[in-house]
Design a protein around this ligand. Structure first.
Ligand code: 5AD
Ligand code: SF4
Length: 437
């Protein structure tokens, strides 16, 4: 029996795609090798969102090259966004790669492995959902559901539209059937995945057309699914019906990830985000009004070309005003083929560093403060396993998406009450409330 080793980089969509890759390989009779150097097939599912992702990958590819020269019968495969973005050059620059494929061509890996082809092969069309392939889920009680692929936005900093193609939605009936299948296997929490989830459905045929809010209602109705999450939505497509769904649907979690990117309307326009600061803050006000306890998280880019000190201050103002439960902060990184990479006014490294330091301080202070509202409350926790820092304790997550470490007797997959005793910016600590029969 042949073995494979797969390393995954990047976002949740890549984690999903990797589960499908594993499912497909295992259906072909491959088994997973715990070590790269013990595998016949060395695979990477890559990301290219920022330069750092590329440099991290380079080290891994170096090792694959060495392993391949030790044993030339090994097969090296590279899938995902980096691979797609390098499609013209991957075989020239990395001659040890046997097969390269983009996110829309995962199924072609099977074709390659079962054919007699001896030369290197590249597959880069945008076709097919990885969601159609068999899955080997990494987490028993939590499942990913790919509701759409691709992205029709043209955010000027972002490489994704070129690596994942135009947006295509999967029909609701197919998605509901998949959620039902997962529920039957014991999944209690599903995360709907798309590059821009809340524009889901607009490209479907008449008769199949539905809105994202309607899809949320259909998934909520599936027996056995206790929690529904989704990522990522775009503020421009965040409609009242989706926010209202958070108040009305029992399983839809009190957490909304609403990527800000920048607090200045001038910068947002240069980013081609198609909303301004007022529209963004208006979405936040609507969330606060309809779902008062909702956790809000975000993504922010520091040092977009041309961002002035005063414009960065506007980002700081929005952060103070919204009071995020958590925020991912990124230094702007020019990406090949994107519009922003050619813009003048790249912000000097030192200014980026200074701005980032201030932003991170504010984000941490505010998320620590926000987390204190859970102290003293009893929260529903979906148990995921032992605590990462202390195996005698348990780890799980509340509906607001914060991790909780706690003492208790519960088993993974159970939803239990935990009384929260302490809170930091990232984690909560507490004790399971044992129900006396
Ligand atoms: N530079 C820095 N951050 C970026 N992101 C996307 N492209 C870039 C880039 N070129 C960030 C955005 C996005 C998150 C997934 O990554 O904030 O929401
Ligand atoms: Fe990376 Fe973006 Fe591709 Fe996800 S979609 S793997 S974050 S480049």
């Amino acid at each position: 029996m042949s073995s494979y080793h797969l390393t995954t980089f990047g976002c949740q969509m890549n984690e999903h795609d990797s589960e499908r890759m594993k499912g497909m390989l295992e259906a072909l009779g491959y088994r997973e090798s715990p070590q790269r150097d013990g595998a016949d097939l060395i695979l990477f599912n890559t990301c290219s969102i920022r330069e750092k992702a590329d440099t991290r990958l380079a080290g891994h590819l170096g090792e694959a090259s060495r392993l391949k020269s030790e044993d030339p019968t090994r097969v090296v495969g590279v899938g995902g966004c980096w691979s797609q973005s390098m499609k013209e050059r991957v075989f020239q620059e990395f001659p040890f790669v046997d097969v390269a494929f983009g996110p829309g061509q995962v199924h072609k890996l099977a074709e390659f492995l079962t054919s007699d082809s001896i030369g290197a092969q590249g597959y880069f069309e945008f076709e097919g959902f990885t969601g159609h392939l068999p899955a080997r889920r990494e987490r028993r009680f939590q499942g990913w559901v790919q509701i759409s692929v691709g992205c029709n936005c043209v955010c000027s900093y972002c490489i994704v539209p070129s690596t994942r193609g135009r947006e295509v939605s999967r029909p609701a009936a197919e998605l509901v059937a998949e959620v039902e299948r997962q529920a039957a296997e014991g999944v209690r929490e599903v995360t709907l995945l798309g590059q821009n989830v809340n524009s889901w459905g607009r490209d479907l045929r008449t008769g199949e057309k539905a809105t994202f809010a309607e899809l949320l209602g259909m998934v909520d109705a599936v027996e056995g699914i206790e929690r529904v999450r989704y990522t990522s939505p775009h503020p421009k497509d965040m409609r009242e019906d989706v926010i209202r769904a958070h108040a009305e649907l029992a399983s839809l979690c009190e957490h909304i990830h609403l990527p800000l990117q920048a607090g200045s309307s001038r910068v947002l326009k240069a980013m081609k985000r198609t909303y301004d600061r007022e529209r963004y803050l208006d979405r936040v006000a609507m969330i606060r009004e309809m779902v008062p306890d909702c956790a809000i998280s975000t993504d922010i880019i520091v040092g977009f070309p041309g961002e002035t000190d005063a414009e960065f201050e506007e980002t700081m103002e929005v952060v103070e005003q919204v009071r995020y439960d958590s925020a991912f902060t990124f230094n702007y990184s020019p990406r090949r083929g994107t519009a922003a990479a050619g813009l003048d006014g790249q912000v000097p490294h030192e200014a980026k560093r200074e701005r980032m330091g201030r932003l991170v301080d504010a984000v941490q202070r505010i998320s620590t403060e926000r987390a204190q509202r859970f102290v003293g409350r009893s929260m529903d926790v979906l148990v995921e396993g032992p605590s990462r820092t202390d195996p005698s304790r348990l780890r799980g997550r509340i509906r607001h998406n914060k991790t909780v470490n706690f003492t208790g007797l519960a088993r993974p997959g159970e939803i239990v009450d935990v009384e929260i005793a302490a809170a930091t910016s990232t984690t909560l600590a507490g004790e399971e409330q044992l129900r006396v029969a």
